[in-house]
Design a protein around this ligand. Structure first.
Ligand SMILES: Nc1ncnc2c1ncn2[C@@H]1O[C@H](COP(=O)(O)OP(=O)(O)OP(=O)(O)O)[C@@H](O)[C@H]1O
Length: 308
């Protein structure tokens, strides 16, 4: 992966817990202003990686450095620049604004700046009208927004999310994703997230890593990984008469086609374009009623990598 300007770099990090090596020779970079998703089955080492990053655990060997310019070891000063989303960090009996206020004091923010930034983040997340509601009375989706607001209102450079969409209904999930992307864009914030929610992840994560038993077995930009798995562009095409379409769709060595339940799956390599394929069909009196690109996903990459 081409990484031009990284914020965080893991260099050959090992971690042994008890007698088990749970992280093995882990190396990756997270680019500034991008979203990196760390995936993997239960027990793969995702939470351990987050704990190494936040300093709750120290590497057994290897280094975690901040920014490729300074190569500065992660230390307490840098940790001021990390926001960690965890809805377990919210106090249910306090209101939204009281929660944020308390955390501002933990961050030792000057009072005026704290009030200004709390106000700003409540408006950003459309939570201003609920600022006096007790957190325990909020819906799960709203609570997740408060926990992210809590993690970012002091303007950290890096936001860490552990299962941010877990337990959310599809609408709340979409809503949260929208705010997350808006936040990254407006603040050029860097995000590292661990998630089991793979649906649509390629639209959220710029890059991904897949951990299995502590080993990083897949790593790179989402788009590049998908293209490496499926280099050919694939379209679904409905064309009749089928027999004639079948002959035409298999005459060019740059086009491969299989017909399943009256739908052709047409795979094109670099020498072919869908426009030329469709023109050829139509000029030979084949009627084309549907042409749809098949988009591969990170979810498919995950199952190809980990196995089903
Ligand atoms: N304190 C500990 N002592 C020994 N082993 C531990 C300890 N904490 C975690 N582990 C082991 O480390 C491995 C990685 O755990 P980790 O919690 O990082 O996985 P994870 O990928 O976050 O899993 P999940 O998706 O279930 O949250 C697991 O095998 C776990 O049993």
């Amino acid at each position: 992966m081409q990484v031009s300007d990284s914020l965080i770099e893991f260099r050959n990090v090992d971690k042994t817990l008890g007698k088990r090596k749970v992280i093995r020779d882990l190396s990756f970079k997270i680019e500034k202003g991008k979203i990196f998703a760390l995936l993997g089955p239960n027990g793969a080492g995702k939470t351990t990686t987050i704990r190494l990053l936040t300093g709750l655990l120290a590497p057994t060997s290897g280094q975690i450095v901040f920014s490729n310019k300074s190569n500065q070891q992660i230390d307490d000063t840098f940790r001021q620049n990390i926001g960690v989303q965890d809805d377990g960090n919210l106090y249910d009996n306090l209101t939204v604004i009281e929660n944020l206020d308390l955390w501002g004091d933990f961050y030792q923010m000057p009072q005026e700046l704290k009030h200004h930034q709390i106000d700003e983040i409540l408006r950003f997340f459309d939570l201003f009208d609920r600022k006096n509601s007790k957190v325990g009375q909020l819906s799960k989706g709203m609570r997740q927004k408060v926990s992210i607001a809590r993690a970012v209102f002091h303007k950290p450079k890096l936001l860490i999310l552990d299962e941010p969409t877990s337990g959310l209904d599809p609408q709340a999930m979409d809503n949260l994703t929208h705010y997350l992307k808006k936040l990254v864009k407006s603040r050029n914030m860097t995000v590292m997230m661990c998630t089991h929610q793979l649906q649509g992840l390629e639209k959220i994560a710029d890059s991904i890593g897949i951990l299995k038993e502590g080993n990083l077995i897949q790593y790179g930009e989402s788009r590049e990984i998908i293209e490496a798995f499926w280099p050919n562009v694939v379209y679904q095409v409905v064309a009749t008469p089928i027999d004639k379409a079948n002959i035409l769709l298999n005459k060019d060595k740059n086009v491969k086609s299989v017909c399943n339940a009256d739908v052709f799956e047409v795979s094109l390599n670099a020498g072919a374009t869908i426009a030329n394929v469709v023109t050829d069909l139509v000029e030979n009196n084949v009627s084309v009623s549907m042409v749809e690109k098949v988009d591969h996903t990170i979810k498919e990459v995950y199952f190809e990598t980990i196995g089903r």
